[in-house]
Design a protein around this ligand. Structure first.
Ligand code: CA
Length: 221
């Protein structure tokens, strides 16, 4: 899942970025509001973590501009503890959730998964496709009850496919969501991961179908 982290405290941003990457999120980070605003105009994210007090353009304005453009990307705002006013303003402007600083990583992770699931119209924490089960809170894939042992990028690719199950997912979208902006590889790297995932999914009853020129579909047989 590709996430934009907008936080001007370098210390917090560095820690969060590392921690989220360890949990299979593909994180882009920026430290001021104007930069966030321009990235959000060109790049697609699964969610945005948005601090409100930011240099050059505050978080509220970033959020306001996103919603004015019709962007439905889920946003979690970070507020100072007890700052009820900020929280209310943020939620009224279309933030999906908020967290008061300081917070636990687990809390942020759980909320990220929840807002992303909701954005895909999935309301339960376990997503199923035939014998394939995904517990987003536990970050586990199971097939017929057996845990799939996936590497982080394999996990991330399968997650994007599962959230869009039954729909065609283009190579470009997979590339954008899983491999960060600074990746030196091109979109063809996606093929390597599809190949590896297919090996994991052999004889499971779930397969990744290629639609030439269009992309991939995750299907139960
Ligand atoms: Ca700040």
């Amino acid at each position: 899942m590709r996430v934009l982290l907008v936080e001007d405290s370098l210390k917090l941003a560095t820690w969060l970025c590392k921690a989220l990457q360890q949990h299979n999120f593909n994180v882009d980070r920026v430290h001021d509001g104007a930069e966030a605003d321009s990235l959000l105009r060109t790049e697609a994210y699964d969610a945005v973590i948005l601090d409100l007090g930011l240099p050059s353009l505050d978080g509220v304005s970033v959020l306001q501009r996103m919603r004015a453009r019709g962007s439905a990307t889920p946003v979690i705002i970070l507020t100072a503890r007890g700052d009820l006013e900020d929280r209310v303003i943020g939620l009224n402007l279309g933030a999906d959730d908020y967290l008061a600083k300081p917070f636990e990583l687990e809390e942020l992770e759980a909320r990220l998964h929840a807002v992303i699931r909701r954005a895909h119209g999935v309301s339960t924490p376990t997503v199923r496709l035939g014998p394939l089960e995904y517990e987003s809170s536990g970050r586990l894939f199971r097939v017929n009850g057996q845990r799939l042992q996936l590497r982080p990028k394999e996990h991330a690719v399968l997650e994007v496919l599962l959230m869009r199950m039954g729909k065609v997912v283009s190579k470009a979208l997979l590339y954008e969501r899983v491999f960060s902006m600074e990746a030196t590889t091109g979109p063809d790297v996606v093929e390597i991961y599809i190949h590896r995932l297919r090996k994991h999914l052999i004889d499971t009853g779930v397969s990744i179908v290629t639609l030439r020129g269009l992309g991939y579909v995750l299907e139960a047989d």
